[in-house]
Design a protein around this ligand. Structure first.
Ligand code: DQA
Length: 147
């Protein structure tokens, strides 16, 4: 089974981006942790990042045929993008939403997510570990029980 892990805008800047909020971990570190967990679970991962909404939409379309589940940190598009919501809806795949920070203890504009209504579950506030936990949850959801 293959899981597409999608990262939205500004997440390529992790490590230098507001470390008090997002920590010192880079996106590469998070990808490494995901690869290690995926291997343990017997999953393949396709880990991507884009600063462009349309590119994320196209990747979600691709996932429809290439993936068994989607883990997504849509960054700020979480709070703005009906297009990403629509793409996730038509993908007809299990979706897990991840945020590094606890969006509920931040500004109120971060409290609403357009994508949560189509997510099986949401992980926020656990930093990069959230992605690893999401993979474990995804393995259960898709019935991959090598675990
Ligand atoms: C984020 C939270 C969003 O509000 C923010 O715009 C991000 C990152 C997180 O991982 O905590 O870019 O998705």
């Amino acid at each position: 089974p293959e899981i597409m892990i999608l990262n939205g805008p500004n997440l390529n800047m992790l490590g230098v981006r507001e470390p008090a909020i997002y920590g010192r971990e880079t996106l590469g570190d998070i990808e490494d942790a995901c690869r290690a967990m995926a291997e343990d679970l017997g999953l393949g991962i396709d880990f991507r990042q884009s600063n462009h909404e349309g590119e994320l939409v196209s990747w979600i379309h691709e996932a429809r045929d290439s993936a068994d589940g989607i883990v997504i940190n849509a960054g700020a598009y979480t709070h703005t993008s009906v297009a990403i919501l629509d793409a996730l809806t038509l993908a007809e795949l299990p979706v897990i939403e991840v945020h590094l920070s606890n969006i509920y203890k931040r500004e109120s504009f971060r409290h609403h997510s357009y994508i949560s209504p189509v997510a099986q579950g949401v992980l926020c506030g656990f930093g990069g570990q959230g992605y690893v936990l999401a993979l474990q949850a995804m393995a259960r959801i898709i019935g991959q029980t090598d675990e």
